[in-house]
Design a protein around this ligand. Sequence first.
Ligand code: TYD
Ligand code: MG
Length: 463
Amino acid sequence: MAKKKTVFECIECGHQDPKWLGRCPSCGKWNTMEQVSLSNSGSSGNSLSDFLSTGLSSKSSVMLHDVNSSELPRFSSGFIEIDRVLGGGIMRGSAVLLGGEPGIGKSTLMMQIAGAVKSEDNTGKVLYISGEESANQLKMRADRLGIKSPNIELLIESDLRKILDVLDSSRPELVILDSIQTVVSEEAGKVPGTVNQVKYCGHSLITWCKNNNSAIFFIAHVTKEGIIAGPKIVEHMVDTVLYFDHSNSGIRFVRAAKNRFGSVDELGLFTMESTGLREVKDPSTLFLIQRDGGIPPGIATVPVYEGTRALMVEIQALTIPAKSGFSRIYSDRIDNNRVSRIAAVLEKNLNLRFADQDIYVNVAGGIKLNEVGIELALACALYSARTGIPFPTETAVAGEISLAGEIRPTAHMERRVKTSAEMGYKRFIGPNPVETGTSKSLQGIYRGVSNISESIQSIFGKG
Ligand code: TYD
Ligand code: MG
């Protein structure tokens, strides 16, 4: 029999080395190298091909046009917000990773989903596996959440072998594992949460679910640096990666970072109440600050397009003379490079000096913006902050800005104008010409502009 080959693997980042090292050369952490046998480490063997061919009746190739393209069946999570983020409900046989900081509400959300799943054709049986909390704690949470479903089975276990045995006997439609970092298998070393453990256990559970047409949610803790603690590896194995995050105004977001069965643009919005997470059904004004008087300088409003919905968002800017010899940009909601580029366009076209200023940019409600349509509003906020001229009330803007200072057409313009009009905005400044689809009444509030000077002139009354 061939001798089992072993290597040393870092339990933090997965780096492998033929010899033991005190410090991992890849992530720099000390005392993280552990001996593993190659057959257990996912980087060898045929586990990947097994995994990918799961569901095919034979391992031979098929003609693309012979493959049945009918939609795979889905069922509802019981939450419109979650169904939308997943791309239309929970796909049978799919694996989803739900990551988030401790305390964000992952266990709460999963327990609520366990109590609310709706599947037409059968029981909707859910197996909630916890390696973190006792049955008593889970029951107390479920009571607080008002969960009455008779179909939730609890399993307090972290041994993979025993979990697989229970899966075989109970055959749930939905499996929830809280969390992936707690499950261990003897075959993958002794320490839970290591790369090897997560890879091995994650893979075994995904394979079981794919073979049995059950969906599985893995809960994973995210460290402060935003990386799923220990192994990020499971992100590659699952079909969908969801991140649960919060804004400083208390809104909690679920966003897909990867989705094999839908888009990654959708945002599910929740608030945490005393009886659990509540969906935010009308988010259009959530990211606006209500004021009695006029708008102070440095603020501009833009309808942003998140998946299938437009939301009104307020961008805030502040400029002050640079504290050090060079200027700095402090912006954690909009990419620094974008802020820097828009400031440069304003500097070039409007003779407005930003090079000696520190620039602070924020977004009300703490939502992160990474679409190009916000650039005109960002320019307005920066212009207003630098000049002290306030952005006019009841006005909204949207558009992309080129390096030459042109206002470029932006996707979903009609929808943005419509949402703004519904929210009571009387003027809308955007790219020229307006989309042909825009209806007459909406065109009444729309003013098309072609470059940054014309935009500033039209919005603020001077250039
Ligand atoms: P939890 O779901 O345990 O977070 P995670 O699993 O991500 O670590 O709970 C998050 C927080 O929410 C916890 O501090 C208590 C609070 N909470 C409520 O405010 N209302 C509720 O109904 C529940 C169940 C929890
Ligand atoms: Mg938890």
